[in-house]
Write a protein that binds this ligand. Sequence first.
Ligand code: SF4
Length: 363
Amino acid sequence: MDKRTDLVGLSQAELVGFVQQIGEPAYRGRQIFAAVQHRRLRSFDEMSDLPKALRERLRETATASTLTVESRYLSADGTRRFLMKTHDNFPVETVFIPEERRDTICFSSQSGCPLQCTFCLTAQLGLLRSLTPGEIVEQIIIALNDAYGVGEKPPRGTNLVGMGAGEPFLNFDSLLRATRIMADPQGLFIVPHRVTVSTAGVVPRIRELATIPDRPHLAISLAAPTDELRDVLMPINKKWPLEELLGACREFEQTLKAGERFTFEYVMLDGINDSDEQARQLANLLNRHDLHAKVNLIPHNPADPLPYQPSPATRVEMFKGILESKGIHTFVRKPRGRDIFAACGQLAAVTQTVGLGANSQGG
Ligand code: SF4
C-alpha cells in the first residue's frame, strides 16, 4: 500500500499546507501545484526548478502520479481509450473524444460500478473501489498529455463528462473535490461549467447538488418511462422510483442558473424501451413533472454478454418525433469510439480491440 501523499488530489491551499508541514515556504506549494496541475508533470524529477534536496524529500513522502497506463486504444474516429491501473491494481478507464470545436474527456469515478444496469458492460465488474480525487484529476492530466504533449495548452476547449465507469454520486465528495481542484486558474483551469456528471438517480445527492452554487451540469440516466421497466433495466429504481427521482429533478431544475445544462439520457434498446407508446409515456412523465430538460437519445450498441440490440435508426427518429410533438427537446447522441469499447457506460476493462462496438450510457 502506497502511504505517500498524492499531490494530484490536493488543492493549491492544501499543497501549501503540505509543504509548510515539511518546513518549506508557502511559495514552494504554489510552485508544485503549478508543476502538477498546469505543467502536468507527473514526476518530481521533471520539476527541475525545485532544489534537488526538496525533490528527494518529496519522493519519500509524496507522489505526483499514482495511475499507470496499461493500454491505449485509438479509434478510427480519433477517440482514444486509456486502460489504466491504480497503485493497488484496480482498472480505471478514460476516453478522450476529439471534436471540431472542443474536446471531451470522459472520466471514471469508480473502478467498476456497484449498480446493476442491465444494458451496461461496466456493471459486470461490480464495484472494485471508488476513486480518490487525485485519481479522478490524474485521468484528465494523462489524457491531455497524450493528446497534446506534456503541459501543452489544448488548442480547443476541454469539456469533461463523468460518464465513464462508476456512479459519480456514490463517490460524491471525491467528485466535488476533484472538480474544485481542476477549476483552479493556476492549474488545469477546467471550470465546473465545463463538466457534466451523469447519475443513474441517487436522489439524495441530486438534492444536495441543487444546494451547491458552483456545480457541474447534471445529466440523469433514465432508460425507461415506467417503474416496471426501469426496475429491470436500472435496479437502483427500486430504491428511488421514478416519482421520487423526477420530484428531485423538478426541485433541481428550479435552481438552474442561466447557461446551466440539465439533461435526461435515454439509451435506445430495440424492442425494449423504444415503442411509440413508450415515447408517449416518457413525454407525459416529463410533462407531468413540469420538467423542461432536453432528452438525449443514445443509440445502444451490442456487446457480449449484454442481452440487448440497438434500436434501428428509423425507430430512434420516430421516438424523437413523438417526444418533440409533445414539446420535449430531443437530440440523438452520436456514438464515438465504438470500435475500441470506448463508448459511455461500456467500459469494462476490455483489453483488446474487437470488431463490434459497444455503447450505452453511463451512470
Ligand atoms: S450505467 Fe452507469 S450506473 Fe449503471 S452500471 Fe453502468 S456505470 Fe454503473
